[in-house]
Design a protein around this ligand. Structure first.
Ligand SMILES: NC(=O)c1ccc[n+]([C@@H]2O[C@H](COP(=O)([O-])OP(=O)(O)OC[C@H]3O[C@@H](n4cnc5c(N)ncnc54)[C@H](O)[C@@H]3O)[C@@H](O)[C@H]2O)c1
Length: 351
């Protein structure tokens, strides 16, 4: 079975992940096992897990409401409270069975409960398999500010079973695919060419994405430098996501990042980091595969979010920008007029 070694743990990918999971559980001998699900993964993924791993039938199940609404301090407190009330000790294990929401909040709660208990990720969405479950970033949102409280703590292992994607709807599938395109665009020209020119099977897509992300994270686990390239598309993307969610629009993370990647590619073009041909190639690839979302907001609303972005410093807005296809540069200061021009470029693509 394909597997890859991360900073401190193994990542297993394939239909036979359960034998690796079984070996892991036998070796670690946890005192108690908890499984964190959301309402959909409880219904669609947990039965398959328990069927293949009968030992987990006695695990304590915690169920969250599905969606971003669960990445909140209130839900985190409920998880900690459940752990306390059931006497979870330091030898307990939390299994995150779900998409990025479950692994983000589950990793956060596990890495802080009793100053840290073990957790493992069993991602169930394409976004979580290819991106969110890897890298150790865990966290919750406060009001409308995304991921503003969290930890960087690695899971003990990651077990990726692409079988779970069978029940994932198309919109969430494309949401994850957007992050896969990002990984190719910032760091691997040949993967980008394959993605945009061939049809790759899911296991290959996931394996390639995980190995790209892993390599970046291993070199800079705490995001002091080069890991920031993973934020390409996210400076604008997070601002769009936060502003639109605040206004009550239905928008997924990957959809916001897709808009962010196009807008930020135009900033790269204005800064001569990519030429017109490369900008056109990027736009064509995105338009052929995805449906671009309209920005149904007054774009001046994005500014406070951009200034609040974790990469910004003082009143400087700093970006990670593509520097040729397959390469990315960090800490680039961009002024408001250039951002405005790039947003106009994006809006023209929607017509
Ligand atoms: N930590 C990181 O490095 C990182 C990276 C990228 C994104 N994220 C975070 O990930 C989150 C988004 O993750 P997501 O897109 O996986 O969202 P999600 O966890 O909300 O899952 C999306 C939807 O799919 C459902 N679902 C999950 N698995 C399913 C399955 N197998 N079949 C049918 N339905 C299923 C969920 O119930 C939910 O309704 C965001 O909060 C984002 O900030 C974190």
């Amino acid at each position: 079975m394909p597997s890859t070694r991360s900073i401190t743990h193994n990542i297993f990918i394939g239909k036979n992940v359960y034998s690796s999971l079984s070996d892991f559980l036998k070796k670690e001998k946890y005192s108690r096992v908890y499984i964190l699900c959301d309402e959909n993964t409880m219904r669609l993924c947990l039965p398959n897990l328990v069927l293949n791993m009968p030992d987990l039938a006695s695990a304590e199940i915690m169920e969250l409401e599905s969606g971003e609404v669960s990445k909140s301090p209130e839900v985190a407190i409920n998880i900690w409270r459940t752990l306390i009330e059931s006497n979870a000790d330091k030898q307990s294990l939390l299994i995150n069975l779900g998409g990025g929401v479950v692994s983000d909040i589950g990793g956060f709660c596990a890495s802080t409960y009793k100053r840290g208990i073990d957790f493992i990720n069993l991602p169930t969405t394409l976004l979580a398999m290819a991106d969110a479950s890897v890298g150790g970033k865990n966290g919750i949102n406060i009001n409308d500010v995304k991921n503003c409280v969290g930890t960087i703590t690695q899971p003990r292992a990651i077990f990726i079973n692409p079988y779970f994607l069978k029940t994932l709807d198309k919109r969430h599938y494309y949401n994850g695919l957007a992050e896969i395109y990002k990984l190719a665009l910032i760091s691997d020209k040949s993967f980008w060419k394959k993605l945009t020119g061939e049809s790759l099977d899911e296991e290959t897509l996931i394996l390639k994405s995980v190995s790209i992300k892993n390599k970046i994270v291993k070199a800079d686990p705490f995001e002091n430098g080069q890991r920031k390239i993973l934020n390409f598309g996210h400076t604008i993307g997070h601002a769009i996501e936060s502003a639109m969610l605040k206004e009550g629009y239905d928008l997924l993370h990957g959809e916001a990042v897709l808009s962010g990647m196009i807008i930020e590619s135009h900033i790269s073009f204005q800064l001569k980091m990519i030429n017109k041909k490369q900008l056109d190639e990027i736009l064509k690839a995105f338009k052929e595969t995805f449906t671009l979302k309209a920005l149904n907001i007054d774009t001046t609303l994005l500014m406070p979010y951009l200034l609040n972005d974790k990469k910004s410093s003082g009143n400087k807005i700093l970006f990670a920008l593509v520097n040729g296809i397959g390469s990315c540069k960090i800490n680039i200061e961009v002024k408001a007029p250039m951002i405005g021009k790039a947003i106009d470029y994006y809006t023209r693509q929607l017509k």
